[in-house]
Design a protein around this ligand. Structure first.
Ligand SMILES: Nc1ncnc2c1ncn2[C@@H]1O[C@H](COP(=O)(O)OP(=O)(O)OP(=O)(O)O)[C@@H](O)[C@H]1O
Length: 248
C-alpha cells in the first residue's frame, strides 16, 4: 500500500474558543485526490485551515502527520516549506504586493506568463494580490498560485464556487494538470478538495470521497457514488455507515 502523505487521527480543534472539529480521522496516500463533502457549517473549511495551521484554529486533541512528521504545533510557514499549500475560499487581499512581486518572491517568475494564460488570468501582473479581484478571479489566482508553488499536498476550498460556467472548465482542467504527473521529477500530487456543486468531479480523477457532518467524517466511499447519493438522499448515510458499501 502507498505510504500515507497525510494522516489525521482523532483530531479535535477550536477556532478561537469555538469547538469546530470533534474527532476527525482521515488518511490520504501519496498521489491520491480526496473529496470532502458536507453541509454548510460542518467544519470542512476549518479542517483545511487546521491542517494548514492558520489562525485562529488550534488543535486541542489528536494528531496530524504530514510526510510522517507531526505538524500540529508547526508554524504555517514551516508547513508551507514542508510541502503544504492551500487555495483559499475567501483569501485576504494583500495591499502593496503585486502578483508579479509575489510570484518573484516564491521564485516562479519564469512560470507566470505561461500558467496565467492557461487560466485566462493575463494582465494581472501589476495588480495587488486579491485586491479588487472578482469572485471568479480570486479562484483562478488561488489555483495559479498553487501552480507557481507546486506543493506536494494541495488543499482546495471550493475551487469552483463563484466561477462562471466557461471558466469552470479552465479551472477544472488546470487543477487536473496541476495534480497530474508531469515528469518523473514532478510526480502525481496529492489533494483534498472541498466541493458542494461537484462540478470539479467532471474534470479531475478523484480516488475517495468523505462526508463530513458536525465536525466528524461520517463515512467514506467512491466520490462519484457518494455525490450521487448526497444529491438524492442528502447528507446522511445510514446505508454507507451501516453496511460500509462503497457503491452506496
Ligand atoms: N474563526 C471562527 N470563529 C468562530 N467560529 C468559527 C470560525 N471558523 C469556523 N467557525 C464555525 O465553525 C463551524 C464550521 O465552519 P466551517 O467554515 O468550517 O464550515 P464549512 O463546512 O466549511 O461550511 P460551508 O460549507 O458553509 O463553507 C461553523 O459553525 C462556523 O461558524
Amino acid at each position: 500500500m502507498t505510504e500515507p502523505l497525510l494522516e489525521i487521527r482523532d483530531l479535535h480543534a477550536v477556532a478561537g474558543t469555538t469547538p469546530v472539529l470533534h474527532g476527525v480521522s482521515l488518511v490520504i496516500p501519496a498521489g491520491e485526490t480526496h473529496i470532502l463533502f458536507g453541509p454548510n457549517g460542518s467544519g470542512k473549511s476549518s479542517l483545511l485551515a487546521t491542517i494548514m495551521g492558520l489562525a485562529p484554529y488550534r488543535v486541542t486533541g489528536g494528531h496530524i502527520r504530514f510526510k510522517g512528521r507531526p505538524i500540529e504545533a508547526m508554524p504555517v510557514d514551516d508547513r508551507a516549506r514542508l510541502g503544504l499549500g492551500m487555495a483559499f475560499q475567501r483569501p485576504p487581499g494583500i495591499d502593496g504586493v503585486t502578483v508579479e512581486a509575489f510570484t518573484a518572491a516564491i521564485g516562479s517568475a519564469d512560470l507566470l506568463e505561461k500558467e496565467a494564460a492557461a487560466l485566462d488570468f493575463r494582465g494581472f501582473e501589476e495588480r495587488d494580490v486579491n485586491v479588487g479581484f472578482s469572485g471568479g478571479e480570486i479562484k483562478r489566482w488561488e489555483i495559479l498560485k498553487l501552480f507557481l508553488k507546486r506543493p506536494d499536498l494541495c488543499l482546495f476550498d471550493e475551487p469552483e464556487s463563484g466561477v462562471d460556467l466557461e471558466h469552470i472548465a479552465a479551472v477544472g482542467r488546470a487543477i487536473d494538470r496541476l495534480l497530474g504527473a508531469n515528469t518523473p521529477n514532478d510526480p502525481q500530487r496529492t489533494a483534498l478538495v472541498i466541493t458542494h456543486t461537484g462540478f470539479i468531479l467532471d474534470y479531475i480523477h478523484a480516488d475517495m470521497g468523505h462526508l463530513m457532518v458536525d465536525g466528524r467524517i461520517l463515512g467514506s466511499a467512491d466520490p462519484l457514488a457518494l455525490f450521487r447519493h448526497i444529491k438524492t438522499h442528502g447528507y446522511s448515510l445510514p446505508a454507507l455507515t451501516a453496511a460500509g458499501d462503497p457503491s452506496i
